[in-house]
Write a protein that binds this ligand. Sequence first.
Ligand code: SOE
Length: 386
Amino acid sequence: MKSIKTAILGTGFMGRVHLEAVRRVESVEAAAIAGRNAEAARRLGAGFSIPTIATDYRDVLRDPAIDAVHICTPNAQHFSMAKDALKAGKHVLCEKPLATSVEEGEELVSLAAQKGLRNCVCHNLRYYPMVQQMRSMREAGELGEILVIQGTYSQDWLLYDTDWNWRVETKAGGPSRCMADIGSHWFDMAEHVTGLRVKSLCADLQTFHPTRKQPKHSVETFANKLLGPEDYLETPVDTEDFGAVIFRMGQRTRGSVTASQVAAGRKNRLSIEIYGTRSSVAWDQERPDELWSGHRDASNQIFIKDPSLLKPAARSYADLPGGHSEGYDDTFKQVFRRFYASIGTPVGAIEYPQFVDGLRQLTILNAALQSHRTRGWVDVPAQAGR
Ligand code: SOE
């Protein structure tokens, strides 16, 4: 079977995560990487013996041998790079958020459909096996009607005013940071698992550090903790460190969520709890192979990831037997396996988040930003096909 040739655009934290994951997918060749930092691109490309190493992504788009691209650059570059890639006839897998505005997202959804190209936004956290088990349990009616959904996505890598990353600046990351970067993962998972849609919300955002000490040299995601205090610039910050949102879903479901990048001790913790009329479930990214199941009239249970015990639809997201942990990196492999399989077989169900899902998250985020500005409830527009 002919290998699909793909390219990784971006050589930072996510570029490496995508490169390592895509090399685990059958019949896909990582044929090129591109990054504006020539030394970083050379080093990453050499390390993985990538045939083509570029500093201008447009050179990769001009290569007729490249079938698809992964966009792993700062958020503000996603729209133009995805648009250029679609126009060049490439299938596109774009890191979240899809873009930095609803309008940009709508244009990308429309262009991908017009070109008939496969398109994916990397809401990979859906694809932990026990998250898929939660979804299958809900689909089987085991939770009953969902009354309440609550949770958090909490990290601590931006707790100090000496912590810096491109996400802090609007010009690179867009108008929102914490809600766009990790709040979008939580809302995507909430809608994916429950099958419900956020109808309205009320958001309160907070920037705890109105200025941050920006290092004079670039810093990779999470790498800030290793810097010393000597070389910083005092830089104004207008993106949020924290967000709290209450929301309404479906007919009468109520929800609440916080997103924080200043939660000391929480390294990368998405936690979600779903309470139904028959039972409840809870999942914690810090213990990804476990799923809590709550009951009023029976003992609560902890399910441990074991494919032989998972529901059929969830089983396909677990490659390893019970007792062999599957984590963050594996979720990218699950998304990429389905994305590339869809390229080879132009029919069949799409089992990964598409640009239309990325647009959905931009729509929810836009409502949260408006709610914060106006200090009131905001309706979230329904979206065709979602
Ligand atoms: C930083 O918050 C980050 O790398 C996010 O950008 C990713 O989407 C998330 O999966 C892990 O944390």
